[in-house]
Design a protein. Sequence first.
Length: 340
Amino acid sequence: MVQHIGIDLGTSTIKISYGDEKYLIPSLIGEPNPGWGGGVGDKSLENNMILIDGSEKWYVGELARLQSEVRRSLASDGQMKSAEETFIAIKAALGLIINEEDEEIVIATGVPVATSIEVMKNLSKMLKGTLEINIENDATKEKKNISINIKKTLVMPEPYGTYYSVLKEKGADEAVDTVLIDIGHGSTDILTMYQGRPMRTASGSLREAIDTLTNRMAKALQEKTGAIIKPFDLMMVVKKQRDTVMIGGQTYSIEDLKGHYTKQISKVIIDEVLRLISSLPPDAFIEYYIICGGGAYTLGNAIKDAIIEGKLVSSPENVIIPEDPVLSNAKGFEMISMSQ
Ligand SMILES: Nc1ncnc2c1ncn2[C@@H]1O[C@H](COP(=O)(O)OP(=O)(O)O)[C@@H](O)[C@H]1O
Ligand SMILES: [Mg+2]
């Protein structure tokens, strides 16, 4: 039986959808930092992955985030930097989810919209044929060697997964013109689907995303308190949808600050959407606006309101935020791989 896997390569997190199994893996690889393993913490393979590639070893995902001194994020400036490094992370992810020897696999994967065609092509070339995967669990030292046979890999722009899953769920099988706004951590991707195809001139990517919010909040809080605040630490505050932060033992309200920057960033995103769709041919009619990515939790409603107020849609119901905006791309890619 052929296995179907959906992978969404985000700027901060790789999402994997494989039947009932869903994984969120930080988009990081790092150099091994031996001697720090063996604690009493989480011993799951997911959080302790080492990929062994010939004489080289890489920490992948959460292990790289927590233990590697030298680590690299797979994406920067809203695009996947290199096919080779992305390949390392995907191999580890496949080693994590596949348990049977010689399994046949079809993969559909999405990359940020700004990723070069070159990187996309290389990635689909690498992810083909027989792969020998060797991984190790850093906590238990258990090794897993597996050989898989990849029949086909499709590499597409990230938000296409959500387009597919949302339209399928709606039962709309005809290609309806749709604008997807995927608010990630390091970039916001805008994908315009016109007559069932991605339209390059009306699609694009912008740097304003959730890390813009955490960077600006960190700066403002730093000025206010004099303490050094790392934007990264504020990511959890955003994720947990907190309205206060604790700095130096004191609690500060961030409600106004967050509200202020949320509004500003939403405006920038909407302006870019308007600019991009102005290049559409006059016969285009955008039926749906779909807002996805983890940023939809924070910025989704502000952007939705702006789209409705700007009368970009005929009815408010046509602005959609999927039920699980973080996993909607990966789920869609899994469905696409099944359709192959
Ligand atoms: N449930 C949630 N509530 C609020 N924010 C979230 C939630 N899940 C993820 N986020 C935040 O949304 C941002 C974008 O996440 P994601 O779409 O996974 O980014 P990317 O695809 O660029 O890796 C991240 O900063 C993340 O912390
Ligand atoms: Mg994303």
